[in-house]
Design a protein around this ligand. Sequence first.
Ligand SMILES: [Fe+2]
Ligand SMILES: [Fe+2]
Length: 272
Amino acid sequence: MPDHEYRRAIDLSRAIAIEVGTPRFYLEKAKEVALSREWFANEPMSAAGLRMVARRNTFPGHGLIHIEKVAVDSGALVLIEEKGKISDSRVRRLVFLAHLAGIFHDICRSEREHAERGAEEVKKHLPFFSLQDGECADIINAIRNHEAFQSSPNRTGCAPQILSDVLYDADKFRWGPDNFTETLWAMILPRGIPLKTLLTRFLPRLEGIRQIRDSFRTPTGREYGPDFIDRGLTIGQKLHAALTAAEQREKELPCEGPRPRGGISQQERRNK
Ligand SMILES: [Fe+2]
Ligand SMILES: [Fe+2]
């Protein structure tokens, strides 16, 4: 697909997303999301982690925007689940660990069994952050458990489990509108996948996304996750319909050579 057609399709996906509206989570939990974002931005360790991840540069389909959103939403979920106890140093620490888990969760995204591989790879990076042994184990556990359609072991309701569950939910929030406004394009652009091929895979993929609706793990994820997914599915259906119609119009256009300067085209001449 030529660049301008990709651009048009991306713009279209973003216009549809605006029409479909912001997920309720960002409206009703705006305070927690803003606070998590502020802590993330003001923490030099976040920037250091992002630089480590960027150096690997292995993100087909999952760019740094994805990583930052997962980190910030993971932190917001901790704040919500912990009832906003922001003066509690334990909660603040948990938000920091959630940010780190978010930053590193897709470090092996381009590899098979990327969650398991990422859990191993992150061990090389965590010593930089001077964490306690238990904190390292919690982050490793969260990364290992973040993949969709896999069971999450050790559901004990203790801190490590919360860390694991918020990472999963924040990552799966991305299967909502972001899937069609960002992830889809980040996957197909570098690979030069033509629009026609994209359209044939589109509807089965929507079915896969629908199945994530019931997999959210925290109470907050279960409350807001389905709303993300439903909005994403609506965007996907509208986008599929619009791109299919555009391709149909393209097919129906008459084949003609370049328009002569100041003259009329062959088609116009035939229509006269
Ligand atoms: Fe992942
Ligand atoms: Fe991810």
